[in-house]
Design a protein around this ligand. Structure first.
Ligand SMILES: NC(=O)c1ccc[n+]([C@@H]2O[C@H](COP(=O)([O-])OP(=O)(O)OC[C@H]3O[C@@H](n4cnc5c(N)ncnc54)[C@H](O)[C@@H]3O)[C@@H](O)[C@H]2O)c1
Length: 236
């Protein structure tokens, strides 16, 4: 029930969160979805604990914040996976300790750095969810590890999820879904803006490029070409 790409919009008061005047709106806008979803996927849905090894698959607006959330929750290692080199470089700035270009590449890396125990948490934040890669995701998870499915799968995906249910049972693994980072906008948006104010959450680094309204098509093209963590429309 929101209107976007407009100077003004009418919204239900239930959809409004007060933003304090010292927070720039071109950064606060990131908390409308991506930041809370990614951060909460790590902190709430994955329930990352100090010392965990965490994998984040897909370093866009959501995944970059899952990396930040995992780091702030005390993860010992954060392995960021993305086929785009620029995204992997940005992941290291947000707190990743290792990167890989694919889950196949991450498997031997995790076996090596965890001495075979694998990741406590695997957070799926790819551009489009794909049931056929869920087996690979589960294989990255440790015994009693948890795979969080935050990325959205096509509504008419027909192949289901390609996972070993034997592995699920014998290794007591978990697969859980998460919407808006399993967070609460009224509490979490002010909380995360507070972390930004204190320098514990990087919002500035998330904005790769800003565009005027007339540049919206360029913004969409850059998004599709994988050039931005986030592109922000700034209205004069
Ligand atoms: N659950 C929720 O509440 C919620 C909320 C918002 C968005 N989403 C979903 O989260 C997902 C991510 O959104 P976003 O805005 O960060 O997208 P994005 O386009 O900014 O980033 C997606 C990233 O995934 C990478 N990627 C693509 N295929 C990959 C693969 N096979 N392995 C590893 N990385 C891969 C891309 O290179 C890109 O960097 C989308 O599916 C989106 O619909 C879910």
């Amino acid at each position: 029930m929101l209107g976007t790409f407009a100077h003004h919009t009418v919204v239900n008061e239930a959809s409004c969160i007060k933003i304090e005047k010292d927070v720039p709106l071109d950064k606060a806008c990131l908390l409308g979805c991506g930041v809370v979803t990614g951060w909460g996927s790590a902190v709430y849905a994955a329930d990352v604990s100090p010392g965990d090894t965490v994998v984040v698959v897909g370093i866009g607006g959501i995944g970059a914040n899952a990396v930040q959330g995992a780091k702030l929750a005390g993860a010992k290692r954060v392995v960021a996976i993305d086929p785009v080199e620029f995204k992997r470089e940005k992941a290291m700035e947000f707190g990743a300790t290792h990167t890989a270009a694919s889950m196949a590449e991450a498997l031997p890396l995790l076996q090596d750095i965890t001495w075979g125990t694998m990741a406590n948490k695997v957070i799926m934040t790819m551009g489009v969810g794909d049931g056929q890669v869920m087996g690979e995701a589960l294989a990255l998870a440790a015994k009693r590890g948890r795979v969080v499915v935050t990325n959205i799968h096509p509504a008419f995906e027909t192949g289901g999820a390609n996972i070993s249910l034997l592995d699920l049972t014998l290794m007591e693994k978990q697969v859980v879904g998460s919407l808006f980072g399993s967070g609460n906008p009224r509490a979490d948006i002010p909380k995360l803006l507070g972390l930004y104010r204190e320098g514990q959450l990087d919002l500035d680094g998330l904005v790769t490029k800003t565009y005027p309204l007339e540049g919206i098509n360029e913004g969409y093209k850059d998004m599709r070409d994988g050039k931005n963590i986030r592109g922000v429309l700034v209205y004069e």
